[in-house]
Write a protein that binds this ligand. Structure first.
Ligand code: FES
Length: 149
């Protein structure tokens, strides 16, 4: 089945079964490899992208369910001339360790801050459920604080 995905400001045709996870379409058909495969069951968040501004886990989102919604991946987050403020805060707080989960973390944080511009620690803990095997959570929280300033 052919879909016209609205992604990162462009319309991109893709040919895939409707139940194929969006993550595979992004990575294998569109070459957008910033979104990572971690668990494949919606548990880790490495594959987090935005669909109409909402953070979703692309490994459990069928491509056929996206319709005409606007998809944003980490590749489409920055502006033409500058990084997104959350990306900038990530650099300034030197968040990444191995880096594998970080695109998903950033996408989840951008969505969190859009809904809750100055989240409490409890709100961060409750809503930011992406996993980091390197344990960069303290630096992630610092970057959230910096981006929220
Ligand atoms: Fe999608 Fe883990 S790979 S949540």
């Amino acid at each position: 089945m052919t879909f016209a995905l609205r992604i990162n400001g462009q319309t991109r045709p893709v040919d895939a079964p409707p139940d194929q996870p969006l993550l595979w379409v992004l990575r294998e058909q569109l070459g957008l490899k910033g979104s990572k495969y971690g668990c494949g069951i919606g548990a880790c968040g490495a594959c987090t992208v935005h669909v109409d501004g909402q953070a979703v886990r692309a490994c459990v989102t069928p491509v056929g369910a996206v319709g005409q919604a606007s998809i944003t991946t980490i590749e489409g987050l920055a502006g033409k001339a500058s990084l997104h403020p959350v990306q900038q805060a990530w650099i300034e707080e030197d968040v990444a360790q191995c880096g594998y989960c970080q695109a998903g973390q950033i996408m989840a944080v951008v969505s969190l801050l859009a809904e809750t511009p100055s989240p409490s620690d409890d709100e961060i803990d409750a809503r930011l459920t992406n996993l980091c095997r390197c344990g960069t959570y303290t630096r992630i929280r610092a970057a959230i604080r910096r981006a929220a300033e």
